[in-house]
Structures are given as structure tokens and as C-alpha cells.
Ligand binder design. Structure first.
Ligand code: FES
Length: 102
């Protein structure tokens, strides 16, 4: 099954970009250049984009159109980036807020 986004409700038609690698909490993750970061994570089975600061429960993308902020992650050192609207670039570093370090 292809879990890549072909058409995004806000970003429009998505062409399959070249294969690149992003780093999520230091781990390499295959992605397609230009696709939303949250979609790239979903495609490889990563459903948690942050942890609740109150309960510690995992949270994941909900709306995928930039409204709910459930997808907010730290991207290249910038906190609270809505990853459902942020295009993948080769080598970008993504961190999961609230994640307990091993
Ligand atoms: S999933 Fe709702 S703002 Fe990104």
C-alpha cells in the first residue's frame, strides 16, 4: 500500500520528490523531498509527533491542514513547527517534543 500523499488539502498536488533521508530523534528515516514531514513519518509507521506535557501521552497528527497543532515538532532546532505543512528537505533534523531520552 502506498501511504504517500498525492494531493494535500492545503498544499495542493504533490509530485513524488527524490528520495532523501531525514533524521527523527537521531534515527534516519527515508522520505520524499517536498512531501509534508508528518506524511513522511506516517508512511514509515511513525504515528507519534509529540508527547503531552500534562499527561505524557503520545499525540499524533489529527487535521493535517495546519489547524490543530498536534503535529508540532522541533525541526532543525525550531520548536513548534507544524509538520503537516512543512516540506521535507534532505538531512533535516526532527525531534519529538516531550520524548524521554533513552
Ligand atoms: S496535524 Fe493538525 S496542525 Fe498539523
Amino acid at each position: 500500500m502506498n501511504l504517500r500523499v498525492g494531493r494535500h488539502a492545503v498544499l495542493g498536488e504533490m509530485e513524488a520528490g527524490r528520495p532523501v533521508t531525514i533524521y527523527v530523534d537521531g534515527e534516519p528515516v527515508p522520505a520524499r523531498e517536498g512531501e509534508p514531514v508528518a506524511a513522511a513519518l506516517y508512511a514509515v509507521g511513525i504515528r507519534t509527533t509529540r508527547y503531552s506535557p500534562r499527561s505524557g501521552e503520545p499525540r499524533g497528527p489529527f487535521c493535517m491542514i495546519g489547524r490543530c497543532t498536534e503535529c508540532a515538532m522541533t525541526v532543525d532546532g525550531v520548536p513548534n513547527v507544524r509538520t503537516c505543512l512543512t516540506a521535507v528537505r534532505d538531512g533535516m533534523e526532527v525531534e519529538t517534543p516531550g520524548r524521554k531520552k533513552p
